[in-house]
Ligand binder design. Structure first.
Ligand code: MN
Length: 251
């Protein structure tokens, strides 16, 4: 325990001194960004808009390259937003908040465009916020306690989450969610499905951390090496944002 505390303090100090200027500039952009956390994303309503990145597209180098960020945010995410707005034009769900839309998809196989693009908008809005330049430190406080209680240790969590991300066949996401019973769980979904989609996602709940494992998220830099990309993601995780998501989960 003492050794772990020492290592944690040591690495935080080292990283803090290296990236201090980046962190402060990121903070300025972050406060201007309307997408704050899962609760805020859940409450968005149509017409939806592409949120700004909470940092510069080059800020996640060397873990995620600038070109990938520009295409992923400016083309892929923008496409989901535009197509979601089109799918909701004149639709009975137009005006509903994004969480309600995702939760209403159960038993509605005809709403494929809303499922794919609504999930795409939610998932990417969350994804940008759970990463930050200079991230990757360990979680703390209530979140750390919950992770340790559920997965034995942070390393135990990392192993389970990385495996879920690595073994998701084809395109999809891996998640850390809070179940309806209030427990943490790791799961994955295909395509742009989201744990909020009841009776569609294998492990329903409120997502608080997600990694995009579509090839468009990593192929330019990592090609077929998805495991390396997943490992890099752990150097970017914004544990403060994940903790805020946990605090925002209702009930
Ligand atoms: Mn994506």
């Amino acid at each position: 325990m003492k050794k772990r505390e020492f290592l944690k303090t040591g690495s935080v100090l080292a990283i803090g001194s290296l990236v201090a200027p980046m962190v402060s500039s990121c903070k300025d952009t972050g406060t201007a960004n309307p997408i704050a956390d899962v609760s805020t994303i859940s409450a968005l309503a149509s017409p939806f808009a592409l949120p700004e990145l909470p940092y510069a597209p080059e800020a996640l180098e060397p873990y995620i390259d600038t070109e990938t960020m520009n295409i992923h945010h400016g083309k892929h995410h923008a496409g989901y937003v535009n197509n979601l707005n089109k799918a909701l034009e004149g639709h009975e769900w137009s005006g509903a908040d994004l969480k309600t839309i995702l939760q209403s998809l159960e038993g509605k196989p005809e709403h494929t465009a809303i499922r794919n693009n609504g999930g795409g908008h939610f998932n990417h809005s969350l994804f940008w916020k759970v990463m930050t330049p200079g991230g990757g430190q360990a979680p703390s406080g209530r979140l750390a306690d919950a992770i340790n209680a559920t997965f034995t240790s942070f390393e135990g969590f990392k192993e389970v989450f990385s495996k879920a991300a690595a073994t998701r066949f084809g395109s999809g996401w891996a998640w850390l969610s809070v179940s309806p019973e209030g427990k943490l769980s790791v799961s994955s979904t295909p395509n742009q499905d989201n744990p909020l989609m009841k009776n569609i996602a294998e492990a329903p709940g409120t997502p608080i951390l997600g990694i995009d494992v579509w090839e468009h998220a990593y192929y330019l830099k990592y090609q077929n090496r998805r495991a390396e990309y997943i490992d890099s993601f752990f150097s970017l995780i914004n544990w403060g944002a994940v903790a805020a998501n946990l605090d925002g989960v209702e009930g």
